[in-house]
Ligand binder design. Structure first.
Ligand code: SAM
Length: 344
């Protein structure tokens, strides 16, 4: 009897006690989908936001310069890949000569981002900064409409940020996606189209891109953009409530998801997740590819991209269960990984 107790203790209890535990709130937890967000509002962020407002309202070059100085200091320590680099971009643009500015706005996607925030004397940019840093009260700020508006402005500035290439190394991500002219791709959780527009160039006039999202404002922005640019190979799909990818019988060569699967992994019920992943499988042509880009754990002391992250091993194992085989993986920056699966 004593032998059995000792065996149980050694086999189960003692290893449990000795195994280091990681709290879900720790930065080293395997998954984090909470509010512990690196895009938090900080005193320096507010100070820089005030300078951006001053620059916009009174045209002060000194305010633009001061905002840039603050962002140069706080981007490496507070907010990697967030709104700071986009706001710094606006301040830099503000200080440019007219020919420099025209050059910076040559890319129509960047020009469209600028126009969105600049129209009506920078009304949208002022509103974003005021809402984000609580610099002005909005009558709707405690209502669902107000929260949705603030979330849309925040998402838009984060996802279509002209400085995104710098921090994300987007062109490296694009270069390893197996997508050729004439092929079809579903950009699931497309947001306002940062990747969709790049895919549209990659697949050309004989290929097609489906931009799938559950937020109609993002899709409206894409629709306006493709109409203005005369892009005919992108179709937007509202897949709300998001329990499938909404392709309804259409098949694609590649399904792509950037910074979405951590939500599906961490926040969906098991039946919803089953339905979502099965709909990806159903939408892929035989031998089709699933590409996931997501936020991973980083070593202590290194700034994460954003609060939400999930260890890639969790996703790889879960998708294996769903019948996806990992073919290749990459990490062009420490904060993000890229997984390429084949449906088997
Ligand atoms: C973090 S954003 C990333 C946007 C885009 N992939 C990018 O990298 O620029 C995630 C997007 O997924 C959308 N989304 C969330 N849940 C979804 C679901 N179940 N199905 C489709 N889209 C979803 C959100 O509305 C949001 O636009």
């Amino acid at each position: 009897m004593t032998g059995v107790i000792v065996w149980v203790a050694y086999t189960f209890a003692i290893p449990q006690l000795l195994t280091p535990r990681v709290a879900i709130t720790s930065p080293m937890s395997l998954i984090h989908v909470g509010t512990n967000d690196s895009f938090a509002i900080t005193p320096d962020g507010i100070k820089a936001g005030r300078y951006i407002l001053e620059m916009l309202v009174s045209g002060s070059r000194e305010a633009a310069q001061k905002a840039i100085e603050i962002y140069d200091q706080i981007i490496p320590r507070e907010n990697y890949g967030g709104e700071y680099s986009a706001l710094r971009w606006f301040a830099q643009l503000f200080l440019m000569s007219e020919p420099e500015k025209q050059k910076a706005l040559q890319d129509p996607f960047v020009a469209s981002f600028y126009d969105f925030f600049a129209e009506n004397n920078f009304a949208n940019l002022k509103e974003y900064v005021q809402r984000k840093y609580l610099l002005q009260q909005y009558p709707d700020q405690l209502t669902e409409t107000g929260r949705n508006r603030a979330a849309f402005l925040e998402d838009f500035i984060l996802f279509n940020n002209p400085a995104r290439e710098e921090w994300e190394q987007t062109s490296k991500v694009l270069s390893v996606i197996p997508l050729s002219p004439g092929q079809t791709i579903a950009d699931v959780g497309s947001g306002p189209g940062y990747y969709s527009v790049r895919f549209s160039e990659k697949v050309g006039s004989t290929g097609h891109v489906y931009s799938v999202d559950i937020v109609q404002q993002h899709l409206d922005y894409i629709n306006r953009y493709i109409q203005r640019q005369n892009i005919t190979n992108i179709t937007t799909i509202n897949s709300y409530p998001g329990t499938t990818i909404g392709l309804q019988g259409k098949q694609v060569d590649v399904a792509f998801m950037c910074s979405l699967y951590h939500n599906i992994y961490g926040m969906s019920t098991a039946p919803d997740r089953d339905s979502f992943v099965q709909s990806i499988k159903a939408a892929l042509k035989p031998g089709g590819t699933l590409v996931l880009v997501d936020n991973g754990l980083v070593e202590p002391g290194q700034l994460p991209y954003h609060g939400p992250y999930v260890a890639k091993e969790l996703i790889i194992h879960q998708l294996r269960f769903y019948g996806f085989k990992l073919k290749r993986e990459y990490a062009f920056i420490p904060q993000r990984y890229m997984l390429i699966f084949e449906a088997v």
